[in-house]
Design a binder for this molecule. Structure first.
Ligand SMILES: [Zn+2]
Length: 386
């Protein structure tokens, strides 16, 4: 199975300038190619069959790119494989989401990131216990903090920037065989309201993704940013500070997900998770701001919103870990898992009037609301899996 290994890198000032240039080139290629596709769609709409030009798919755009690259020095400064990979990524995004739903890469919103797709052009070496280095086309040797072993053959390398740091991510094939089924009991997991995640066995997993101090600071910074002149030096500094808090929060969530995935897959034969849907994420995020006055509820809502954003990450980690520990991951539709009675099957929103307790209006069954929902998730996983 392919896994990602991400490390902090230390680029020299020249490499940093180069990497920024590569990021700019990729962004330009992405935007130009996206505009070309949208334009073609508009013409096609107008002229239909009479529109005779070939559609700018990956092959056409890759050919045109090498033509443009021959005439533009700043594009030639970036490795051609990297730019082609951008076209490939765009092609996939357009197929998956539709050309009009794919977003532009704005200088301010997009975190630079580019991929070296050819393992033949990549050399990785261990420098010592703490440091490793990788040789990439044009960039040369890059040092990275070797916090863990790569553990497999490198398939490709991504260099990315976020909140003041450059990272290098190796996609490696770990070559691990699938473990034998571990024969342990099954478990359902609910993305809780009261806690971050609850299991059908009654375990509640939670952690705060932000501290009270950080939240106060975040509010203060956001207010300051609103007052500052957009694009000014102060505005940029405030923006960077806000980004750092968000990044810290994301790291805590990643840590929580890693530990939870390890626990779930190590001790269970089948892990059943709710399928993530975008509507759910929006709802829980809205819940975070729609309940003013009640600080505790608001915080729980915020925690939930943060977890919702990482739910796909949790599923991905479970999928990988399940293979290592010999368990299996099943995803189910989460509709009404919080309102359906586990004992009599009655579905009623009134059964869930309290956030913390499920109380069936039909048979009177009561239970911790999140654990009850987790049991429903498990049950659905069993019917789906058999
Ligand atoms: Zn009931």
């Amino acid at each position: 199975m392919l896994v990602g290994r991400k490390y902090v890198t230390h680029l020299s000032p020249e490499q940093e300038a180069q990497a920024e240039g590569f990021g700019d080139a990729c962004r330009w290629v992405w935007n130009a190619a996206l505009e070309q596709r949208r334009e073609a769609n508009r013409w096609w709409k107008r002229y239909g069959e009479a529109w005779i030009h070939p559609y700018p798919g990956f092959a056409v755009q890759a050919r045109q790119l090498s033509g443009v690259r021959a005439e533009a020095d700043w594009l030639r400064a970036a490795p051609s494989h990297v730019l082609q990979q951008t076209l490939r990524d765009l092609d996939r995004a357009c197929r998956e989401h539709g050309t009009n739903a794919v977003r532009w890469r704005s200088k301010h919103r997009w975190n630079p990131s580019f991929r070296f797709p050819d393992p033949a052009q990549i050399t990785v070496e261990k420098v010592n216990r703490r440091w490793g280095r990788v040789k990439l086309p044009k960039l040369g040797w890059i040092r990275f903090r070797r916090t863990r072993d790569l553990g497999g053959a490198v398939r490709n390398v991504t260099v990315s920037y976020r909140s003041g740091k450059w990272y290098v991510t190796f996609c490696v094939d770990d070559g691990l065989p699938q473990a034998q089924p571990n024969g342990k009991p099954d478990v359902g997991v609910d993305r809780g309201v009261v806690v971050a995640a609850a299991t059908s066995q009654g375990r509640l997993h939670d952690r705060a993704f932000t501290t009270a101090k950080e939240e106060e600071r975040l509010v203060r910074l956001q207010r300051a940013k609103a007052r500052q002149v957009k694009g000014s030096a102060n505005w940029h500094r405030t923006k960077a500070r806000i980004a750092r808090i968000h990044a810290r929060r994301a790291r805590r969530r990643a840590d929580f997900n890693a530990k939870l995935a390890e626990h779930l897959t190590r001790h269970h034969g089948t892990v059943v998770l709710e399928e993530l849907r975008v509507a759910d994420m929006a709802r829980s995020a809205k819940g975070a701001v729609e309940q003013p006055g009640k600080r505790v509820r608001q915080k729980a809502g915020l925690n939930r919103a943060i977890l919702a954003k990482g739910w796909g990450d949790l599923a991905r980690r479970c999928e990988y870990k399940a293979r290592v520990h010999g368990s299996r991951l099943v995803r189910v539709n989460p509709a009404y898992t919080s309102q359906e009675c586990n004992r009599c099957g009655e579905v009623d929103a009134k059964s869930r009037e309290s956030q913390a307790v499920f109380a069936c209006v039909s048979c009177g069954h009561t239970e911790h609301a999140d654990v009850h929902a987790a049991k429903n998730v498990l049950q659905r996983g069993r019917t789906a899996g058999s």
